[in-house]
Design a protein. Sequence first.
Length: 320
Amino acid sequence: MMAKKEKKISIIVPCFNEEEALPFFYEKITEVLSSLKEDYELILVNDGSTDGTLKVMKELSAKDQHIVYLSFSRNFGKESAMYSGLCNAEGDYIGFIDADLQHPPVLIKQMLEALKTGEYDCAACRRVDRKGDSKIRTWFARKFYKLINLISDAQMVDGAGDFRLMKRDMAEAIIAMSEYNRFSKGIFSWVGFNTYWIEYENVERVAGTTSWSFWGLAKYAIDGIVNFSNAPLDLASFFGLLTTFFAFIYLIFIIIKYALFGDPVQGWATLICVILLMGGMQLFALGIIGQYIGKTYMEVKNRPHYIVSESNKKELKKIK
């Protein structure tokens, strides 16, 4: 009788300029993974780093057969890095973690235990505080989650990130969502499946600096709203109807005023203000429509999510 096949864990690590943090991360993550009964692979994705990240990856893979590295031809973004890892992962359990150690690797044990109960398809972590973030950044983050949950079908947990471990079935469902404009927080929620939540306190980076600026996060939030809600289009339509209604009421008022009192239409300053207001609202509505047209344009071009220029994986899905 053949022995039962050992299950495997795949941990995907998107990296952009993480040369300083990678050695510390490798030490911590291998300590955790090697203590588990399951076999594992560590998929390091170099997202077009401009420092020595790729060099460190090669050095680590040379001494550890568990490491698979993928190096992009340029910077395609974290979403593409995560997707490439999913497409090339071989594990029965597949997870994501950041290389800066803001995601405590020790929690992987707890996530794996939750999945082994059979009750959950995914175990994810959420931050219970935002220590280290500015007050304005924290305020906008809180408001974003409230807004997206109000206008979208995909309900997202405040403080939830990419740090999670899932079963192969859920990973395959995410891979099947091959859209070019990706917002993983929304995708994780949209595909469903039972999720076990683990709370943890915010941890500072072990080394290096974050590549996420305030405006970068703001753009990412806008992408999430556009990708998972038509509410902005509804808002533009609402403004159009509201403006038309008040314009019609004001027109009736002007006609009655002139017919009854013979009062000529006056107010050059008022006219200019109305024109500027209307022009601004029209540009605002066109901007919203433009966001959706731009997303559609990128989808129909059907460009690859990423291009791998170098890897130590033999059978690599380079373009997906």
